[in-house]
Design a protein around this ligand. Sequence first.
Ligand SMILES: N[C@@H](CCC(=O)N[C@@H](CS)C(=O)NCC(=O)O)C(=O)O
Length: 144
Amino acid sequence: MAGDQVTLLNIWASSFGMRVRISLAEKAVKFEYSAQDLRNKTALLLQMNPVHSKIPVLVHNGKPVCESVIIVQYIDEAWKNKAPLLPSDPYQGAQSRFNIEADCPKLIAYCKRCLEKESVSKCLEDPQKVSDFVVMMRKKLGLE
Ligand SMILES: N[C@@H](CCC(=O)N[C@@H](CS)C(=O)NCC(=O)O)C(=O)O
């Protein structure tokens, strides 16, 4: 919607954040990026997500939306200018919100098709860079 103020509180390595960035790209929503430091949480993050104080948080015209799956659904409903992100069929919709971890050929094929989309490939970070970042953070936090 024209004149909307959209801000994404995020960290670059977050796969939860990537999910939101892909959704915004699919809907061609322009947004401000607010990079967060999770070791030193900003007053903005604590104010926008007082329950979990986690990223990603989407702030739309001053109102926060938290939890990546909820944010994706919100984006789908708030910006109807482009094709829907989620299926309209209730059962398919429920399935699409569930993180299926089993080895599933149809899911893998779907993921490959997704990677061919610019909105997805542009929002995904280099897996090695993300892995190095996670290893570094785990060491810093004494989790190794
Ligand atoms: N269920 C949440 C998970 C979000 C999450 O775990 N975010 C992590 C970064 S990837 C975070 O903010 N961690 C900060 C903390 O645990 O204090 C979602 O889907 O958005």
